[in-house]
Design a protein around this ligand. Structure first.
Ligand code: GLC
Length: 473
């Protein structure tokens, strides 16, 4: 007999509709990978719900229905739209609180709280209007965590059927702003929780409290959030919930990120034709205006310009390598101060360092396909996707031993790993890598080991499926 599990998957962003960071990569692929696990006995009907941000790019949107949710003495209109992505239903929730605050994430925490509270509450009303009931609500990060809170508290109030709540943690430090007044305006009471007092009014902790299962995006991060160093004050609370906490490593889109077929790179290659990769390096050097020379080590930073990512450590490390022959390319946008430091670095070393401070997906791929090493000195890293993409393209990662980086990069086998969040530790690791680089055989072994690793989503999706099954029995 066949059975179906319905999953309502909520996220602030999802590729290809709207993408700011790693969350967008994950939400763009995981729901579809889950659906692809369906077979004759079990159908996984996963449906994605996103805010209708003004910047969303979606074709063939059909209006579902206009409904409203009560707020204060009146109500707010919810405009729901529907489309499909490779057969998966995708819904967009629009409305004044989402329009009012254009960008996906703003610097104004209160505005964001307003927008995402509205989104989370409205999304939970959607199933009624599409005649479809979820067995699992799967939220991601603080933006959608309140959906789990209302899922639980409304059930308590109305005695409705149990709908399991899953919360994936991509980034614990971002918990959202005080939503007590917002919740009150929607007629939702703050529950008595065993959260620390300061956390009782914040979306992420409220979602964690209400969820049946918490998933960190790597096993390493699942362990780290229980410690004082990475737990952001919630380590004790999470410790009590330890039984419901697990880690599932993210995958990457191995069809899109494939050096054998990637249309953004000049010379396609795979394991048997790895030798051809060298041409990409020279083309990249030329494109960046660097000296064309296969023997100069070419380092890369492809990242959001953010202290989390330790890009400041990377910049200081490069600055300290005056006497070393190397080239480096920095690609990404973010914190204006860090962008400024990148520009300064380029001014200081005009023949060595190029700062490309923009979002450029094609250039990113050319760098993965041509640079020798990628630097990821993250202060914390729940999972990290760039190291996995880099390995698939034969670009050797130099990473700090944290979270998902530690879980995915094997020292001396697929990359270089260092412990301390200090630029000198990174310099030592870079020097160690540069020592191996001229030894073609050894270096190629590192590249081949990384390229042979399976970072596809299927294994991760199976873990999520196991979790769903344990929650809906
Ligand atoms: C966040 C984390 C990153 C993770 C991504 C996707 O951006 O900082 O480590 O890879 O989410 O889960």
């Amino acid at each position: 007999m066949s059975r179906t599990i319905n999953v309502l998957f909520l996220a602030a962003e999802a590729d290809p509709f709207i993408k700011v960071g790693g969350l967008g990569d994950v939400s763009g692929v995981l729901p579809r990978e889950l659906r692809a696990l369906s077979n004759e006995e079990l159908k996984l009907d996963v449906r994605l719900v996103l805010p209708y941000h003004p910047a969303v790019k979606a074709e063939n949107l059909r209006p579902v229905e206009i409904f409203s949710i009560p707020r204060g003495d009146s109500e707010v209109a919810v405009e729901a739209f529907e489309t499909t992505l490779n057969g998966m239903p995708v819904y967009f929730i629009g409305g004044e609180p989402i329009r009012a605050n254009g960008s996906v994430y703003s610097l104004d925490a209160t505005k964001d709280a307003d927008k995402y509270a509205f989104f989370s509450l409205a999304a939970m009303e959607l199933p009624k209007h599409i005649n479809w009931q979820p067995d699992v609500v799967h939220a991601n990060d603080w933006h959608t965590a309140l959906s789990l809170y209302v899922n639980l508290t409304k059930r308590w109030e109305s005695g409705s059927k149990h709908v399991a709540g899953v919360l994936t943690l991509h980034n614990l430090p971002f918990m959202g702003a005080d939503v007590s007044a917002i919740l009150e305006s929607y007629g939702i009471k703050l529950a008595q929780t065993d959260l620390p007092e300061w956390a009782r009014v914040l979306p992420l902790p409220l979602g964690l409290w209400a969820s049946d299962a918490i998933v960190a995006v790597s096993p390493g991060y699942a362990g780290e959030v229980l410690t004082e160093e990475f737990g952001c004050g919630l380590q004790e609370f999470l410790g009590v919930r330890k039984e419901t906490l697990s880690g599932v490593l993210n995958g990457i889109d191995t069809v899109s990120f494939d050096p054998a077929t990637d249309k953004s790179i000049s010379i396609n290659f795979n394991l048997p034709t790895l030798k051809r990769r060298a041409e990409n390096k020279e083309l990249l050097q030329e494109k960046l205006g660097l000296t064309r020379n296969p023997n100069i080590p070419l380092l890369a930073v492809i990242s959001r310009m953010d202290v989390q990512k330790g890009v400041d450590l990377a910049f200081t490390a490069l600055k300290n390598m005056k006497r070393i022959d190397f080239q480096a390319v920095i690609l990404g946008t973010g914190d204006p101060k860090l962008e400024e430091s990148a520009r300064e670095l380029q001014t200081l070393f005009p023949d060595k360092i190029k700062a490309e401070l923009r979002f450029d997906a094609a250039l990113a791929r050319q760098i993965y396909a041509g640079a020798d090493m990628i630097l990821m000195p993250s202060r914390y890293e729940p999972c990290g996707l760039a190291q996995m993409i880099a390995m698939r393209y034969g670009c050797v990662p130099i990473v700090r031993a944290v979270g998902g980086l530690k879980d995915t990069v094997i020292p001396k086998e697929t990359g270089f790993v260092f412990e301390k969040a200090h630029h000198m530790s990174l310099v030592s690791a870079i020097k160690a890598a540069m020592k191996v680089l001229p030894d073609k055989e050894k270096w190629e072994a590192l590249q081949r080991n990384g390229m042979a690793k399976d970072f596809s989503w299927e294994a991760s999706a199976r873990e999520y499926l196991k979790l769903y099954l344990s929650l809906v029995k």
